[in-house]
Write a protein that binds this ligand. Sequence first.
Ligand code: NAP
Length: 278
Amino acid sequence: MYQIIDGKKISQEIKDELKDKVTALKAEGKSICLAVIQVGSDPASSVYVGNKKKACAYIGIESLAYELPEETTQEELLDLVRKLNEDDKINGILVQLPLPKQIDEKKVIQAIAPEKDVDGFNEKNVGALCVGSKGYVSCTPLGIIQLLKRSGVEISGKHCVVIGRSNIVGKPMSLLLLRENGTVTICHSRTQNIKEITKQADILIVAVGKPKFIDESYVKEGAAVIDVGIHRNENNKLCGDVDFEKVAPHTSAITPVPGGVGPMTIAMLMYNCVSSVE
Ligand code: NAP
């Protein structure tokens, strides 16, 4: 029988631990403030921003919302980021992605002071992860490590295969697994004989961005499978990159969609905010 890794429960545990930490920090006279910038009114982004604000309120972190119009220029956004960088009251700055086309996302991410970059996207933080120094780590992969650890899935010495090499998920995921002493293989769209590789995985992390891409023919019997994908199917229901029904019986542990990786991303954003003060 396989274990369904419960991201809802684990993320709630983490948020409760953080709430206690914030209460203790407040008793020492320290407070935490996150600036959340949204440009335009993309409905999906508004939902994500709303959930982040809710999580802040639950944990005791102050959140300041900056809602800018769709036609905001790059210079206007950069000016705001620079102002927040210099504001001692602000511990973390989050710019909700994607940004409108007239704005270069890379430039904006690079403009955020590395010590306030709680998303962990700034090149300084990515570099720190690469060389094993302290820094913020991208929240989704950081959450996946917590899911594995808190579900009793051993990483050290295991063959971990990551499908996807994006800057936000695949690459930092691979580096984190390496940091945990996994033996890591990264697959992408040019990988040949991908099934031969994924079938060797003790831990298979799927961040391919294609609904139900992975069926049982990709998975070794007894592997742990983590599904990062989020999609809406033809019935408007959420599904992942993994065909859960087909794959789950062949695994030792698997994350569902929804209720797996998704809830961890915000919990780890809160974790990064709290560590900015600790
Ligand atoms: P992405 O930037 O589109 O990257 C997808 C990766 O998959 C790329 O590296 C691509 O390879 C690879 N790929 C595409 N087709 C492939 C194939 N046929 N065989 C092997 N590899 C293939 O996506 P992402 O931002 O990493 O996100 C991945 C998924 O996770 C999406 O569904 C996204 O919505 C979801 N997501 C969820 C959360 C969460 O909080 N749960 C957070 C972030 C993302 P190339 O590099 O060669 O093109």
